[in-house]
Design a protein around this ligand. Sequence first.
Ligand code: PMT
Length: 396
Amino acid sequence: MLKGKNIVLGVTGGIAAYKAVDVVSRLRKRHANVDVIMTKSASEFVTPLTFRSLSQNYVTVDMFEEPKTWDIEHISLAQKADVFLVAPATANIIGKVANGIADDMLSTTIMATRAKVVFAPAMNTNMYTNPIVQENIKKLKSLGHQFIKPGSGRLACGDYGEGKMAEPVDIVEYVTGLLINKDLEGKKVVVTAGPTIEPIDPVRYITNYSSGKMGYSLAVEAKARGANVVLISGPTNLEPPTGIEVIRVKTTEEMLKEVSNHFDSCDGLIKAAAPLDYRPEKVSDTKIKKNDGNLELSFIRNPDISQEISKRKEKQIMVGFAAETDNLVENAKKKIEKKKFDFIVLNDVSNRDAGFMSDTNIITIIDSNENLVEYPKMSKAEVSKVIIDKLVDMLK
Ligand code: PMT
């Protein structure tokens, strides 16, 4: 999602420096490049090695240490930054920047940057509410710098009040929001993800290998681009993405009901889930006991969610997936027609690096005019960007 974006993270000396580690990790998961500059006091709380290991970039602390390249480091990082984030931001760094003091690597680089500068303050509540700090914040805001408001609660010093650094997940959302084109603003996108399960008896069920990764990643990308996202998810082990309404379902019929509830009001429906096509004809109320013979179960057809829903299709763009192991293109084309998809994302699920469970996918997009584009192996986040780009184009 943030591939090609450069974030310079300034870490200053406060206990919340440990949370900045999580900020780096989350930004890296979104494929951003992160360069970390630490103040000397920050390195008392967390070592530069921790940030170097996570960011996979050299971490700068001292202005005058032996340079690693021939660039003038504070100038090159200042120019490279798409966003300059300071988290945690102490009263000291806020005061320095507000008053034009540039006396170490971090304050010098902030002075030299033309990127958006975002502060995530973290300090004792009396310091945060001190009129001098508030005056400095006001001044910086008036100069175009941005602040992520700290939360309230129990602070590291034992006091209660405002001054707790915003949560890493919220900081990362904020930064992502600054870097991503909001081309789905005002649109509602419904994404289905994961498998469905169908019970056999009170302790057994059938399902498939879908992990939900593809659908969750699409939901995150659509949300980052400004959409109001509803994620209808079968059972998965994934963390619910922040800021996204997640509706949990188990069976294919439950998924159909929820898709149906949201379809009329949506602009785009992305069917990345792998709903079961069949369910046991009878669900036993009691545990089926084993005996000497074989167990035979009879299965009946589940509704096809896409086919059912497509009967009500008006302005909505419907995106399908085709999980195929043979006659890939031919089978995918049949699904476009049958399920009235505007385009289908074909993945060869017999390939280990594509389809179910993997972190990557290898896709071919085929539209209803039979235009076909093949893509190389990409992470599911990169695949999501390609799919959302295509959805945005079709919504225009
Ligand atoms: O969840 P992951 O581990 O990340 O794996 C991702 C994935 C392989 C599940 C995903 O990329 C994918 O291919 N999803 C579709 C799986 C599937 O059910 O494919 P299908 O070819 O059987 O169905 C075609 C389309 O009809 C799909 O969009 C499917 O959501 C939809 N469908 C299927 C069955 C059904 N009863 N109703 C449906 O609407």
